[in-house]
Ligand binder design. Structure first.
Ligand code: PRT
Ligand code: ZN
Length: 283
C-alpha cells in the first residue's frame, strides 16, 4: 500500500486529485476524511495542509506527496524530488512599494522584509551578502508595507495582480516553483516499483497537456511539404485513402500551433482537417 499526501484544500488540491483520477486511481471524495483508500489501486490518500507535507514524507507517514516546490525548499526536510508536475506554477519574489527607486539588491541592506518564507529568504540574502531584517508573518504579507510594518515583501507571485492592487512592484525573482511529487528516501523496492508506475502514468498525462491530435487529408504529391509543416514525435502516420491520389496524415501538435499549421496545410491543398483532444500520450 502506498500512502500519498495531498493538500486537503487549497490551490493544489483539485489538480492533485485530478491527476490521480486520470491515472485510473479511484479515490472516495469524502471531504471530511483525513485518510481515503482507493477502491481499485494499492493507494491511500492522506489529506494535509501543504506546510505539513514535506515533513510527513520525510518521516515516512506518507511515502510520497504532492506539494509546491516552495514548501519543500522552505521546510528543508530531506525528501527526494521525484517529478515536476507542471501545475501550481508561481515564483517567489521580492517586491517594494511602486514609488520607491530601485537599482539593485543593495536596496535591501538595512531594510525590513515581511514574508512567510523566512528560510528561503535568509539563505538568499546570505548568499548575496545582504544585511536585511526578516519579519515572518503567516498571511496577508502584501499589506505589510502599506501599514508601515516593513519596507518590502517576499511572497508568491503568479499573475502579479495582488502586487499591483497593493501598490507594490516585483524587483527580484528569487525562485520558480510548481507542484512536485516528492518521495521518502528509504522506500522498499516493492514501494518504489508502485511509485515508478504511478510516475509513468503522471508523465503520460502531463505530456499530453497542451497537445492536440491532428488528422488531415493531403494530396500525395504534397506529402513532403506537409511533413515539413508537421514534424512529429517519430514521423506522422500516413494512410492511403480510397481515392488513390490522397493520403490521411495523423500526428500530434502543440495547441498553440493549431491555427498557424492549419493555415499552412490549407495553403498547400490539404483538406478535411480534424483537431482532436488528447487524453494521454504513452511513449
Ligand atoms: O491550507 P494550506 O496551508 O494547505 O494552503 P495555503 O493557504 O498555504 O496554500 P495555497 O492553497 O494558497 O497554495 C498552495 C500552493 O500553490 C503554494 O504553496 C504554491 O506552491 C502554489 N501557488 C501557485 C500559489 C499561487 N500560485 C498563488 N498565486 N500559492 C499562493 N498564491 C497566492 C500568493 O500568496 C498571493 O497572495 O496568490 C497571491 C498572488 O497571486 P497573483 O496571481 O495575484 O500574483
Ligand atoms: Zn500552507
Amino acid at each position: 500500500m502506498i500512502r500519498i499526501a495531498l493538500q486537503a484544500k487549497g490551490r493544489l488540491n483539485e489538480e492533485s486529485l485530478a491527476l490521480l483520477r486520470e491515472s485510473g486511481i479511484k479515490i472516495e471524495e469524502s471531504k471530511r476524511k483525513l485518510l481515503s483508500k482507493s477502491g481499485n489501486s494499492p493507494i491511500e490518500v492522506l489529506y494535509l495542509r501543504d506546510d505539513d507535507i514535506p515533513h510527513a514524507v520525510c518521516n515516512g507517514i506518507a511515502y510520497v506527496g504532492i506539494v509546491g516546490m516552495n514548501e519543500v525548499a522552505e521546510r528543508g526536510f530531506d525528501v527526494e524530488l521525484l517529478y515536476k508536475l507542471g501545475f501550481g506554477k508561481c515564483r517567489l519574489s521580492l517586491a517594494i512599494p511602486q514609488n520607491e527607486k530601485y537599482e539593485n539588491l543593495d536596496y535591501f541592506n538595512g531594510k525590513k522584509v515581511a514574508t512567510s518564507y523566512p528560510n528561503i529568504l535568509t539563505k538568499y540574502f546570505r548568499e548575496k551578502s545582504i544585511d536585511c531584517t526578516i519579519e515572518q508573518i503567516a498571511g496577508s504579507v502584501e499589506i505589510a508595507p502599506s501599514i508601515g510594518m516593513t519596507d518590502a515583501i517576499f511572497d508568491i507571485v503568479s499573475s502579479g495582480g495582488t502586487l499591483v492592487s497593493n501598490g507594490l512592484v516585483e524587483v527580484e525573482k528569487v525562485m520558480e516553483s510548481e507542484a512536485v511529487l516528492v518521495g521518502n528516501r528509504e522506500l522498499s523496492e516493492e514501494k518504489k516499483e508502485i511509485i515508478s508506475k504511478l510516475i509513468f502514468r503522471f508523465e503520460s498525462i502531463i505530456r499530453s497537456r497542451g497537445k492536440k491530435y491532428i488528422l488531415v487529408n493531403i494530396p500525395n504529391e504534397k506529402i513532403d511539404v506537409a511533413l515539413e509543416i508537421l514534424p512529429s514525435m517519430k514521423s506522422p502516420t500516413l494512410l492511403p485513402l480510397a481515392d488513390k491520389n490522397w493520403s490521411a496524415m495523423h500526428t500530434v501538435i502543440d495547441e498553440d500551433e493549431i491555427w498557424e499549421k492549419s493555415e499552412q496545410l490549407k495553403s498547400i491543398g490539404a483538406e478535411d482537417i480534424l483537431i482532436l483532444s488528447m487524453e494521454k500520450m504513452i511513449l
